[in-house]
Design a protein around this ligand. Structure first.
Ligand code: NI
Length: 392
């Protein structure tokens, strides 16, 4: 049987070259034209049937095994962030203001390498591998676009698998947990309207600044007083805008922020109490509130059996691993959750930090960079888990 880790290590120069090329030429969501072109070219070189333009700039290819079996979807995201890179790396972004600061360059390179390995063993491969290179993960609806274009059909997908390089933990650490792993994320927008007036004559105005301030304070009671201490949620007010002049009470203020949770029940409670508090506090101070909730991603929930399979594979294939089997790992969100919501599967975390080399800045930081020795580990884990899932 193939030794996935030595295979991945022998392909490391390829993975690294691809990752560095993508890193030097980052593209924002739904603009991944160059990246998608390279992905399509590499897959065509393997002799695979490639479909481009799925969900605008996404790429899909199939590796058909020689035996009957299930269809496994493997997913990588391709987009970069609007950040000015400050790593000083020789392979730093050549596009000012755009940077692969989340590791999606690595994900794309990893999946291309996994495709090479699985394609080389297609004669012993049962079922079908659907390779999905997704655009626009960073809040622009990339996964939804691919779903709308039928990425789960033809052939119908039976199980889903994806991964994220993870700079919160060092190389060697693996997060392979069942259940809720990343948070459901959403944005709220609140407009509190009163009655503008002179700052020196407040009794003739209705002050929305005062109401807004009380709302920000009162919202902190939602998590601390309405949610069980054994469960998780976040309510963060992150912008507060109102007023133009020191002596004018403005007619309205606007607040925005984010709500995060893992459990649909918890989410429902948070949103219900949020609305009650905003409306109630505003009314109590003579103001009116308008509230808008915009859901970004559902919670990412791993299938327990798939997680268990990946744990067994990781122990067999990767030396010196510390496997964490209990999530969640972050209140951050991930739009792969939209695909996993339709077809259960697993989202794996692969430790990529190395503090000794200064490679431990967090995701979305302008100095974010990974230790590339994590790449062959991720490749081997994904390829070996894929084979295991198809063989069952
Ligand atoms: Ni990411």
């Amino acid at each position: 049987m193939i030794d996935f880790y030595s295979e991945a290590q022998s392909l490391f120069p390829y993975t690294q070259a691809m990752r560095r090329d993508f890193h030097m030429h980052p593209e924002l969501g739904h603009q991944e034209v160059r990246t998608a072109g390279i992905v399509a070219r590499e897959l065509q070189t393997l002799g695979l049937e490639v479909t481009t333009g799925v969900g605008k700039t996404g790429v899909v290819a199939l590796i058909e095994g020689s035996k009957p079996g299930p269809t496994l979807l493997l997913r990588a995201d391709m987009d970069a962030l609007p950040i000015l890179e400050q790593t000083g790396a020789e392979y730093a972004s050549q596009t000012p203001g755009v940077m692969h600061a989340c590791g999606h360059d690595a994900h794309t390179a990893i999946l291309l390498t996994v495709a090479k390995i699985l394609n080389s063993i297609r004669n012993e491969l049962p079922g079908c591998v659907k390779l999905v290179f997704q655009p626009a993960e960073e809040g622009q609806g990339g996964a939804e676009g691919m779903l709308a274009d039928g990425v789960l059909e033809n052939p119908a997908v039976d199980v889903t698998l994806g991964l994220h390089v993870w700079n919160e933990n060092p190389v060697g650490w693996l997060g392979l947990a069942p259940g809720p792993t990343m948070a459901g994320t959403e944005i709220f927008k609140v407009r509190v309207s009163g009655k503008g007036g002179h700052g020196a004559i407040p009794h003739l105005a209705v002050d929305p600044v005062l109401a807004g301030a009380q709302i920000v304070s009162a919202l902190q009671s939602v998590v601390s007083r309405n949610i069980s201490p054994l469960q998780s949620a976040v309510v963060s007010v992150t912008t507060f805008h109102g007023g133009e002049a020191f002596n004018v009470i403005p007619p309205f203020v606007e607040l925005t922020g984010t709500i995060r949770s893992f459990d649909p029940q918890v989410r429902a409670t948070v949103v219900h109490r949020f609305d009650e508090i905003v409306n109630g506090v505003a009314a109590g101070l003579g103001c009116q509130a308008e509230i808008e909730h915009i859901v970004m991603t559902p919670a990412l929930v791993n299938d327990a059996q798939t997680a268990e399979i990946a744990q067994t594979v990781a122990m067999r294939v990767l030396p010196q691993s510390q496997i964490s089997t209990s999530g969640p790992f972050t209140m951050g969100g991930e739009d792969f959750a939209y695909m996993m919501e339709k077809v259960p599967g697993l989202f794996m975390f692969v430790g990529s930090a190395n503090p000794a080399k200064g490679l431990d800045y967090g995701h979305h930081h302008p100095k974010f960079d990974i230790d590339e020795t994590s790449l062959p580990r991720a490749v081997a884990l994904m390829a070996a888990t894929a084979l295991e899932l198809l063989s069952r």
